[in-house]
Design a protein around this ligand. Structure first.
Ligand SMILES: CC(C)(COP(=O)(O)OP(=O)(O)OC[C@H]1O[C@@H](n2cnc3c(N)ncnc32)[C@H](O)[C@@H]1OP(=O)(O)O)[C@@H](O)C(=O)NCCC(=O)NCCS
Length: 184
């Protein structure tokens, strides 16, 4: 299996929304995904693809020297074989290339799988947003990674799978606003 990472396209939205819907109790709407497809300064919307199948996605934003992971999910049938890590590495690389020095995100306190992934990528807990999530109500742990100290990873080999990320070469400029309310 070879999984590649590329820019998301409008034609990917059906698969992306299917993954989102089975992944979250409070899923993003089609409109929220669509707004990130529009090329906006500082935005990055990546998908992981196996053949013609979209198997995951990651959305980030850069403002000044800060970046934020807004959303990431992998097809449940394809989890735990390195695809989430591949997407996160590509997203961090994209933000680093756009001038981001650090990356922030929020994660449900009980989301052990995601927290393991973030821990492995150098994220550290910076605080707690009490009762941040709904359905079910739960605290968010605020995590931060220093993009200067995390190495670019282009190829990941895990459990016999070769995961090849295409080089991320676009340079994005900072946007002027950095809301956090969409963050998973
Ligand atoms: C979080 C998510 C994107 C990770 O994707 P993935 O493809 O399974 O991730 P990987 O296979 O690259 O695994 C990354 C690490 O997390 C670990 N991991 C994955 N799922 C795990 C689980 N359920 N419990 C514990 N650890 C888990 C893996 O063992 C791996 O650790 P390692 O690098 O030390 O081997 C995926 O689980 C997902 O889509 N979850 C639902 C959506 C979600 O919670 N998104 C994050 C919101 S903040």
């Amino acid at each position: 299996m070879t999984v590649t990472v590329r820019e998301a396209m409008r034609a990917d939205l059906v698969a992306i929304i299917a993954i989102e819907t089975v992944s979250f109790s409070d899923p993003w709407t089609r409109g929220m995904f669509g707004s990130h497809l529009v090329s906006q300064v500082g935005n990055s919307f990546l998908v992981a693809e196996d053949g013609s199948d979209v198997v995951g996605f990651a959305i980030t934003r850069v403002v000044g020297d800060e970046s934020e992971l807004l959303n990431i999910a992998v097809d449940p049938a394809r989890r735990n074989c390195g695809i989430g890590g591949l997407l996160l590495d590509a997203a961090m690389d994209r933000c680093r290339n756009a001038g981001g020095l650090e990356m922030w995100l929020e994660v449900r306190a009980s989301n052990a799988g995601a927290r393991t992934l973030y821990d492995a990528r150098g994220f550290a807990a910076m605080g707690v947003r009490k009762r941040y999530y709904q359905a079910p109500r739960e605290d968010a742990i605020v995590l931060r990674a220093d993009l200067r100290s995390t190495a670019r990873i282009e190829t990941v080999t895990r459990a016999g799978l070769s995961l090849n990320a295409e080089p991320v070469d676009s340079i994005l400029s900072p946007a002027s606003h950095f809301p956090r309310q969409e963050t998973k």
